[in-house]
Ligand binder design. Sequence first.
Ligand code: NAI
Length: 329
Amino acid sequence: MKDPITVSITGAAGQIGYALLFRIASGSVFGPDQPVNLRLIEIEPALPALQGVVMELDDCAFPLLREIVPTSDLAEGFRGANWALLVGSVPRKAGMERGDLLGINGKIFTGQGQAIAANAASDVRTLVVGNPCNTNALIAMANAEGIPNERFFAMTRLDENRAKSQLAAKAGVHSSQVSNLCIWGNHSATQYPDFVHAKIDGKPVTEVISDRAWLEGEFITTVQQRGAAIIKARGASSAASAANAALDTVMALSQPTAEGDWHSVAVCSKGEYGIEPGLIASMPIRTKADGSWEVVEGLEIDAFSQAKIDATIAELKEEREAVKDLIPG
Ligand code: NAI
């Protein structure tokens, strides 16, 4: 039996946490021979609810689940973590400006970045799901001294999955036939789901779907507004699909990407595609056989796509400006 992998999850008693934990504990993420330790981090008022989740994990009697540590202490919560999934954050309330939300959540990610640096395993990788996830990841990364920037990620996989499903429905194919779908930029309403480079059964989407007006219009807005549409329909946010996408991201970063394909996740830019270095921006990513990753370079960006990418990158710069006090140096 392998040594256990330790996964720390913040916001573990929340909706996404509830949809996430059981799949990790069951072995469906790290494999059927990989034991798992779970370190579950919540704010103090949520600890009783978290205790209920722990009772349910116990009641599953998962063969691969070793230790479960519920805590509100960050040092204890991130101790030995190989993966830190930062899901917990404060939701936007009525009357709250985007800047207020950035500031409130930003403070959470300062402390979490420091605690990860001080306590996690030397190979720790951090995926931020809690919104605004790109900028929260930037803050955590900037405060996690000693951890390489390339080990911080923000989630745009839900947007990729949503985009694939929309393209598949329009073309009358299964979503698994859609590949090479890149989400560019911020996980927000400015994100750009890139249909120009996406493929259906290996053919450019633009050859399979001739309705260019739909691709440039309704397709993009449907993906951008999908979260709001689900809240309207369900009366609650898209927790199960978000949890699924978080696990897809962890798996995509743990296994080599299929030949010729890529996946979407926001990473620290080194200036690829003219994106300002240091921003956490979603780009096309390939995971290599040794577990490291690279940005897929050399894609030709047409004028339509460039304008969309510029808009979402401009928003990331504004967000960074709003939290600059939380970014040391
Ligand atoms: P939720 O409100 O059900 O759960 C959030 C949990 O986080 C709560 O249990 C809360 O007590 C906890 N929490 C708050 N501050 C914390 C802190 N400082 N430390 C540890 N835990 C803390 O929300 P839900 O539905 O689980 O969503 C979580 C986050 O994920 C939200 O920010 C949401 O906007 C974001 N999200 C991101 C998506 C993406 O694609 N990147 C998609 C869907 C949601």
